[in-house]
Write a protein that binds this ligand. Sequence first.
Ligand code: 2AM
Length: 176
Amino acid sequence: MSAAAPWRLFLAIWPTPGIADALNAWARTAQVECGGRVTLAANIHLTLAFLGDISPERVPRLADCVRRAGGSGHVLALQEARYWKHNRVVWAGPREIPAALAALAGALERELVAAGFATEVREFNAHVTLLRMARLPRSLPSLPSLPWQVNELVLVRSQLSSTGSSYAVLARFPLA
Ligand code: 2AM
């Protein structure tokens, strides 16, 4: 019997609808300046570990790694809006990564690597993608104050289609 087809998986934090709506509204304002495609409010997230294609049979093992990584709840302030030329993305992120978030990303990486999951080779760069295929903006509007209470981590399956990515939350992991 052939193995199940792999799933494209990642671990992320997901904002409340209020924060997602505010970020989506901000992105529509920025779009006036730099064009591009705005991330749907329901799809706004911050990735902590990208797993790529993983056999669904390995999901329980993956969940064990996440539980072992632990992590604590904290507030994340998205204060900076930036543009990346290399992939034409406009994103928001913290001015400084909260220690609890950096610790969580580090612990996840260690647990995942130890269990044989090849994680993202890019250095962790806390960012929330808000526009894709954007032009270089002359300037970006300032972000509203958005204190994001980070209480849980989610394991997400991404499915790509001609209309973009759709995301399904497979599991939730509360942070202490
Ligand atoms: P992005 O927003 O910068 O594209 C689902 O695709 C999530 O995983 C997104 O947050 C995306 O980041 C991230 N992602 C996709 N492909 C990736 C890769 N090869 N390495 C790291 N992160 C990736």
